[in-house]
Design a protein around this ligand. Structure first.
Ligand SMILES: Cc1cc2nc3c(=O)[nH]c(=O)nc-3n(C[C@H](O)[C@H](O)[C@H](O)COP(=O)(O)OP(=O)(O)OC[C@H]3O[C@@H](n4cnc5c(N)ncnc54)[C@H](O)[C@@H]3O)c2cc1C
Length: 417
């Protein structure tokens, strides 16, 4: 099978590049081995949340200038970063991912562990500090679900009380949730979301309304266990409850993250893109310094050929990169990687400090072409979390790196074709 472009990995970077190309009428195939970081995404996207001294950033574009040369943002002209970030937000909007926030000023998201952290874009229904500050009084009720293992209202309250909010802590329960709780392992966000439809959703709304009846809170904050795929469910709940509702991210698998990913994939497919779902690329065929074909675990000897390839396989979490006892490797194409050469320098003794190994990744040239034995592969680009210099944990820049590099590479391919 032959395509114009093949993309390996369908996380945020891979699917964004795929959409950008398919929107221009290009013939694109997306190969996805499965779960990505998006399935754990908080419902907020970071462009640059913390600078290199780990100080919170209010203006991401200004702070990007102070990033080290090894960071992927340094391959963009400073002036073009704003344009790429706006393009990325537009791409999400076209896919039906509705967010608040902009590139000029970060806002504050609230983590499941009760921390306020700077963010670039946040799904409309997901709670931000700024949205709560618009309420007529600084008083909210945080509604937990009895026996739910991935949401701790006390943590969210701790974050908000520091910001001057009064917080009521409430717990909701009803026969639907009790049935789910018969097996404690069923009380995870994805399983609760599965029953939140039809009559069960209405009954949940009524239980929330009843339990919050005596609270004078200006808004309620619920764990993000409602299906975010359409706006219908959250609107329906708001109507039943009869007051402002926000959703806070939960720990573990994330319903807002899955919803974002589902919308992006659906948009790609609606544009006529081809998806090889559940396929892992296991080997490749090169001709001198060009990539000719890739092979997946499901297609045996059937080669997938293309003029251009984009590697969006992610970092260690998604096995786009693998750490052996003494080096960091990219396991499919054997691309050049950058990592601290001395293994004793991979980790900081402070568990919560910046871990140098997280900056490891694929080495690329100024146009994001991946290098092999020091030579750029003419038609193989690397994007997203697999890139060297993109420590998304310490800088909160993961989504920005994924989106901006994906769009930059897709635009380059469009220009060259
Ligand atoms: C658990 C977790 C939570 C995060 N939460 C947030 C957040 O809330 N906000 C934020 O801004 N950033 C977050 N990040 C940072 C995150 O890395 C980026 O935001 C971004 O989603 C990374 O996208 P990516 O597409 O580059 O990589 P990934 O999301 O890792 O996707 C890579 C994909 O490639 C596939 N793949 C790998 N190898 C192959 C192969 N050989 N063949 C086929 N497919 C392959 C993987 O299965 C995976 O689906 C989080 C990261 C992690 C690990």
């Amino acid at each position: 099978m032959k395509f114009e472009t093949i993309i390996i990995g369908a996380g945020l970077a891979g699917v964004s590049a795929a959409i950008r190309l398919a929107e221009q009428g290009k013939d694109v195939a997306l190969i996805s081995a499965g779960r990505s970081a998006m399935h754990f995404n908080s419902g907020s996207l970071g462009l640059l949340g913390f600078d290199n001294n780990h100080q919170p950033v209010s203006s991401p574009v200004e702070a990007m200038e102070s990033m080290p040369d090894s960071h992927p943002y340094k391959r963009f002209e400073a002036a073009s970063l704003t344009e790429f970030a706006d393009n990325a937000a537009d791409l999400l909007r076209r896919a039906g991912v509705k967010t608040v926030g902009n590139v000029r000023e970060n806002h504050m998201r609230i983590t499941p562990l009760g921390l306020c952290r700077p963010a670039w874009l946040t799904l409309e229904q997901v709670v931000t500090l700024e949205a709560l500050k618009q309420l007529e009084r600084p008083h909210v009720a945080i509604v937990g679900i009895a026996g739910f293992l991935d949401f701790y209202p006390r943590f969210i309250a701790a974050a908000l009380e520091k910001e001057g909010f009064r917080c009521d802590l409430l717990t909701v329960d009803n026969p639907d949730l009790q049935r789910l709780r018969k097996s404690e392992s069923e009380m995870r966000a994805a399983n609760i979301a599965r029953i939140m439809e039809g009559d069960a959703l209405t009954r949940f709304g009524e239980s929330v309304r009843d339990v919050s009846r005596d609270s004078e809170a200006a808004a309620l904050i619920l764990p993000a266990v409602v299906n975010f795929d359409g706006d219908g469910e959250s609107l329906h709940l708001r109507q039943i409850v009869g007051r402002d509702l926000f959703y806070a991210p939960t720990m573990g698998v994330s319903i807002p993250g899955i919803a974002m990913h589902t919308r992006l994939m659906r948009h790609f497919l609606s544009l006529g893109g081809r998806l090889f779902n559940g396929h892992r690329v296991i080997s490749a065929e090169f001709n001198d310094d060009s990539l000719v074909a890739v092979y997946t675990d499901k297609l045996d000897d059937d080669a997938l050929r293309a003029d251009n390839f984009i590697f969006a396989g992610g970092s260690f979490f998604s096995r786009g990169l693998v750490a052996t006892p003494d080096e960091v490797i990219e396991p499919i194409f054997n691309l050049d990687t950058l990592a601290p050469s001395d293994r004793s320098k991979w980790f900081d003794s402070d568990l919560f400090g910046v871990q140098p190994v997280m900056n490891s990744g694929i080495a690329v040239d100024h146009t994001f072409r991946a290098l092999r034995s020091g030579v750029p592969v003419k038609n193989l680009y690397a994007v997203g979390a697999s890139l060297a210099g993109a420590d998304s944990l310490s800088n909160d820049s993961g989504a920005g790196v994924a989106l901006l590099t994906a769009i930059a590479v897709a635009d380059r391919i469009i220009k060259l074709q």
